[in-house]
Design a protein around this ligand. Sequence first.
Ligand code: SAM
Ligand code: SF4
Length: 462
Amino acid sequence: MSKKLFIKTYGCQMNVYDSARMADALVPHGYRATDRADDADLVILNTCHIREKAAEKVYSELGRLRRLRERRRARGADMVIGVAGCVAQAEGQEMLERAPFVDIVVGPQAYHRLPELLHRRARVKASVLDTDFPVESKFDRLPEELATPPGISAFLTVQEGCDKFCTFCVVPYTRGAEASRPAAAILAEACRLVAAGAREITLLGQNVNAYRGEGPDGRPWSLGRLIRSLAEVEDLARIRYTTSHPRDVSDDLIEAHGSVDKLMPFLHLPVQSGADAMLQAMNRRHTADDYRRIVERLRRARPDLALSSDFIVGFPGETDRDFAATLALVEEIGFAQAFSFKYSPRPGTPAAGMRRQIKDAQKSERLARLQALLAEQARAFNAGVVGQVLPVLLERPGRHPGQQVGRTPYLQAVHVEAAGRGLGQTIEVLITESHSHSLAAVPVEPPAARPGANRRGMPACA
Ligand code: SAM
Ligand code: SF4
């Protein structure tokens, strides 16, 4: 009889991808997915450590799972509890000391060993820990078979880890050094995703544009080169990538934005602050003007490029003037959407020990001001497309019959009255309404083919 698996995912898209790959690793060993923890023989929390209280949230969720397990045991069933992801990596042995009822603790580079860890735990009848950075790449060990079909829009990790060591960030410690997957493996995985129904692929990496994977010619490929090759995959309609670092925006990548139809005109390019003193203290290794110049070049290559970013307010030492420089940069660049956070000291990172930490009340006040400006820009961006005809990739059914939800090239969610159109199709729609987080639209008749939409390219998957 098959066993039931429930994975709860916290954090970024890379964790979403990892959770799917954990399922891929476990399904051949008799597991099948369930969407209820109380029903599961194996529960895995795939955790994120990026901001404060992440570990505390995991421990409180673990307490809940422990009680759930007791109730299952009372019914004669059992539950194995596993913790994966960056909190598992950061806490390691400490987690087993604080929550000894946890059965498996596995880091982000070792989850391909989950079946083996489950066996070992059953054999030794004790908790097991694997937070190694193994020599073998997990990608070489994970099964090719997809356990669950991807959505119309799928993620594909191409790069992991970070060598940048921004002073606020835990990623270099939890995910390890930058490493890129070979291009051939990525192309093969893209072909499998498209064969299983995906029409959009978002390439993922902690620093995705630092991609330097080995190409089929034995030379390192850049992200731009990889994107050009992926664009040849038949029936792949759209390509996106995230998250980028301004320092790794190469000429080649800018050129790809100008020349590859399938590369969508939306870019998440975190800047963190508009003040050079803060950027320097953060060890970002670029200035606010460097960022302006990069954006200018990208917009020259692709004039309709929509931008998104990450911001941190209240970094140690941030003055009113520094914060005003961030607001000024936002006013100047204009973002379609953005994420903004209060600086959160992470144990073990250089910024956590810096003097002149900012009081929480001040961080909150700055965050509210920044978010008001960003929300205003997002509203204006959405309102700006009303009346336009845009291609929308239909990704999932909407709330009522005949309605479908898709995305514009600029990543805006659109509710379309699109009865009779299949999911996975890209259709031309007239945008009729804008709201703060979505748009409404009606199809333009007859559905017109557009370059880059459902286009047949080279049969790269042959
Ligand atoms: N690699 C990306 C880059 O360089 O911008 C970002 C990756 S990080 C997972 C996502 C975002 O979390 C960062 O851009 C930053 O804004 C935010 N972040 C990371 N550490 C943080 C901290 N200690 N406090 C607040 N926000 C933080
Ligand atoms: Fe963290 Fe991104 Fe900086 Fe790397 S580049 S340390 S992932 S914020």
